[in-house]
Design a protein around this ligand. Sequence first.
Ligand SMILES: Cc1cc2nc3c(=O)[nH]c(=O)nc-3n(C[C@H](O)[C@H](O)[C@H](O)COP(=O)(O)O)c2cc1C
Length: 197
Amino acid sequence: MQTQSEPIEPVRVTVVVGSNREGRFGPVVADWLLTRIADRDDVVAEVVDVAETTLPTTFATDAGARTQLAEITPKLAAADAFVVLTPEYNHSYPAALKNLIDWHYTEWQAKPVAFVSYGGVSGGLRAVEHLRQVFAELHATTVRDTVSFHNASASFDEEGRLRDPAGPDAAVGVMLGQVVWWGRTLREGRAARAYGG
Ligand SMILES: Cc1cc2nc3c(=O)[nH]c(=O)nc-3n(C[C@H](O)[C@H](O)[C@H](O)COP(=O)(O)O)c2cc1C
């Protein structure tokens, strides 16, 4: 049991950037999120970007896949928590994100997964609800509060700054507060006893 005088290790959050279209908007939202995380001393971030991975779409055990996994998998395994950044494509999340998720199993287990979503009118909310079902199957717990950007490209200026930051800044504070609570709690739980999955 940690006493009040002991410093609490920051929650290690792996931010998964879920879009990989040429000319994608995802990095603008990712930069905003990473800056908000950097403002806090109770969270440290690592990034896995699906655009920088070329995982095959089958479970082939070829050398290319092994090389990719050697780079990605440790970043997922080391995480106490995840924030998945997802756009909405045709009422769901990107195929490349699903492929990254499916290449892993225990790395997600007994950890919290939070979401930042963006899109057109939907703000990516339908993508998030689909992802909650996927992560339930992987024994992850999804965080209740999210951040969503509706008509995302219009929400940021040419320099990637939010035109009206008050709402998203408040929402990300709530979401990261829940990530820290779940991240610490499940880290302690995993250390205390093996997960019974
Ligand atoms: C193939 C495709 C399907 C889309 N479907 C939806 C949709 O169902 N709902 C929505 O609100 N936005 C939709 N959009 C808008 C995207 O969510 C928006 O352009 C977002 O910026 C895409 O993320 P990205 O630029 O990082 O790839 C779609 C965009 C594309 C390219």
